[in-house]
Design a protein around this ligand. Structure first.
Ligand SMILES: [Zn+2]
Length: 634
């Protein structure tokens, strides 16, 4: 396949956007913080950073590398890849630095002006880290930028110096250019340095940059410009057909809210980085998103569109309709929010729904998505952690690492699927109560009008973030029923109940049925061969086999008197039984103690959701109408 060459449209698009917020800039008298990022040896995956701080108070300058990154909820300690750190005074004299903790450098005696120089290594293409190679610099700012405490609101300039041969006017090679939500600086760019500006630290940190040889396509909807930046292997035709589908998603999501946010640079940018050495990821920002993965457009366009649909929905939900716990973003510690079931979970629900409304997937795919949500929320974890409590686990489970063992496999459900299941129940409940006159779209629009649209008095901030109470009052207002709203939050978000999905989806012509009807079940026992046949996962308290005392790493010898050597042996034993039967189990624990116990079998609880018409009967007129209102194009 042919590599897509860079489109000049990007440069045209940016012309004239530079001096957009004169009011915001004019009030500031504080000197600009100046960054310069250069890439002398991209093949070795490091970049050189220089940053100039001026007009400093005489106290110690406290420089920090972030421990967290906007959109990620766990800690990452970006200081670990920083090295060759030096500080200089105005006269060029090197200043001593001290280390107050592992994440910072202190500089005293700077005389009001200090320049920091350091290198930072990065080789991970995703939404959180830094990646540098001969094809691009993929920059997530918190992974790259050293900043100073107390200077958060100073304006910032940031310059990008391409590797040798990749200059703006290069005749040798395809030049690198900067794609991001940063605004081009008002100073005329030179041929070798590309200048951009940010109003403050929060905005800079939220502005990922793709610096390289990228292809750009753009389109307009409702007088708003959307840019799709692609780095990867694709033909022009593949890219254009993908972007045509991106536009369909953008239109459907705009219809949910009735309008697009006012994107500060004047446009929204998708930064798509699909190279064989990438990690699969998507990360939302105020006016852009980073999407990464190893797939190609030809290989799996739906997975790319699925990421588009999720991340773009975030430009309302999270970036502007923002939980109070995430505002402002704290770069030194993990933010805590009990509302991620709404911030992430409702976004996880709307992503696939928007693909359906855009006509990019069929009802079978929507049924599979619903199956995933309902299966996730029906597992053992919901009994011990509510959706609110699950949201508060984000700092540990969102890309966080643990050395010790946890029992999360049976005590946590991701707030993505848990929240997706809540959104599904709430959308269908609202429709069910009102004959489709009120839906979750109305709820999202109400949240947008109250908490998102008013925006922020400072760029990059949200002035009216919401609390759990606000989310509940908005439901009371939209449904016109305060008791209903309280009951729904109490039972399904702060409590441990599961909505009646079978009844709710039946109204739209879907059937919830047992995956293995009449099948005997003792739990989702996983086995592995390692010094005997061992239990490979934790045993949940809701499984019949739990009470036998069997646990992870125990060696299973026999079930129902038959020797067991793998999982299919267990299945063949169960096939000879029905729910209500009992079987014996023989196993040895880690101390060598042998146990024989009896397990009472129950019916396999796993379910599938399928469109009614795929089972037997056709849809009634009422089901057809309900489904069209819910899943039909806007
Ligand atoms: Zn998300």
């Amino acid at each position: 396949m042919r590599r897509v060459m860079l489109a000049l449209v990007s440069i045209l698009l940016m012309a004239g956007t530079a001096a957009r917020h004169p009011g915001l800039h004019a009030q500031r008298a504080e000197p600009t913080i100046q960054y310069r990022l250069s890439f002398p040896e991209p093949q070795h995956r490091w970049m050189q950073v220089e940053v100039l701080f001026q007009g400093l108070a005489p106290d110690t300058l406290e420089l920090r590398m972030s421990r967290a990154s906007p959109g990620r909820y766990s800690l990452h300690d970006f200081a670990k890849n920083v090295y060759d750190v030096h500080a200089f005074a105005a006269d060029g004299r090197e200043l001593a630095t001290t280390r107050p903790d592992p994440y910072g450098w202190n500089v005293s005696g700077h005389g009001g002006r200090a320049t920091m120089k350091y290198k930072v290594y990065g080789d991970r293409v995703d939404g959180t880290y830094l990646a540098i190679d001969t094809t691009h610099a993929h920059i997530n700012m918190p992974a790259a930028i050293m900043w100073a405490r107390g200077l958060d609101d100073r304006p910032i300039s940031i310059e990008f110096v391409p590797p040798p041969g990749k200059e703006y006017n290069s005749r040798r090679d395809v030049p690198w250019h900067v794609m991001s939500q940063l605004e081009p600086s008002r100073n005329a760019p030179s041929n070798t340095v590309l200048g951009y500006a940010a109003p403050n630290l929060q905005y800079l940190m939220d502005s990922p940059v793709e610096f390289g040889d990228t292809a750009v396509r753009s389109f307009n909807v409702d007088h708003t410009t959307f840019r799709f930046v692609f780095h990867g292997e694709a033909t022009s035709a593949e890219l254009e057909s993908l972007v045509a589908d991106v536009e369909k998603v953008v239109r459907q999501e705009g219809a949910v809210f009735g309008e697009y946010p006012k994107y500060e640079p004047g446009y929204y940018t998708f930064l798509a980085d699909y190279v064989p050495w990438a990690q699969g990821d998507g990360m939302e920002h105020r006016n852009s998103t980073v999407m990464t993965g190893t797939t190609t457009i030809a290989g799996d366009r739906i997975s790319i569109l699925d990421t588009v649909a999720h991340e773009f929905f975030h430009c309302w939900n999270v970036e502007r309709i923002r939980p109070k716990g995430l505002e402002p973003f704290d770069f030194e510690r993990a933010n805590l929010s009990g509302e991620l079931w709404l911030a992430e979970g409702f976004t996880q629900y709307y992503g696939p729904l928007m693909l359906q409304r855009a006509g990019l997937v069929d009802v079978g795919a929507t049924a599979e998505t619903m199956t995933g949500f309902v299966e996730a929320v029906s597992g053992p974890a919901h009994l011990v952690r509510s959706a609110e409590e699950m949201s508060r686990m984000a700092a540990f489970i969102d890309g966080g690492r643990t050395e010790d063992k946890t029992n999360w496999s049976i005590t946590t459900t991701s707030y993505y699927s848990f929240g997706g299941a809540i959104a599904l129940a709430l959308d269908l409940t609202l429709r069910d109560r009102t004959d489709s006159r009120v839906s979750l779209d109305d709820y999202m629009r109400a949240m947008w009008r109250t908490y998102g649209k008013p925006g922020g008095s400072r760029e990059g901030y949200v002035d009216h973030p919401y609390t759990m109470m606000d989310a509940e009052s908005t439901l009371a207002a939209v449904s016109g029923d305060q008791a209903f709203a309280r009951d729904f939050f109490k039972r399904f978000i702060q409590g441990h109940e599961i909505p009646d999905y079978a009844r709710l989806i039946a109204r739209a012509g879907f059937v919830l049925r047992k995956r293995n009807p009449g099948g005997a079940w003792l739990g989702d026992l996983r086995l592995t061969a390692r010094n005997g046949v061992r239990v490979a996962g934790l045993i949940a308290p809701t499984w019949p086999v739990y009470r036998s005392g069997l646990e992870q790493d125990d060696v299973v010898q026999k079930i129902d008197g038959r020797p067991i050597s793998n999982e299919s042996d267990v299945s063949s034993v169960l096939r000879h039984h029905k729910p209500g039967d009992s079987v014996s189990i023989e196993f040895t624990d880690r101390t060598g103690r042998a146990t024989t116990a009896t397990v009472g079998l129950i019916e396999d609880p796993h379910i599938d959701i399928v469109p009614t018409e795929s089972v037997d009967s056709s849809l009634t007129d009422a089901q057809q109408a309900f489904r069209r209102q819910w899943l039909g194009a806007r």
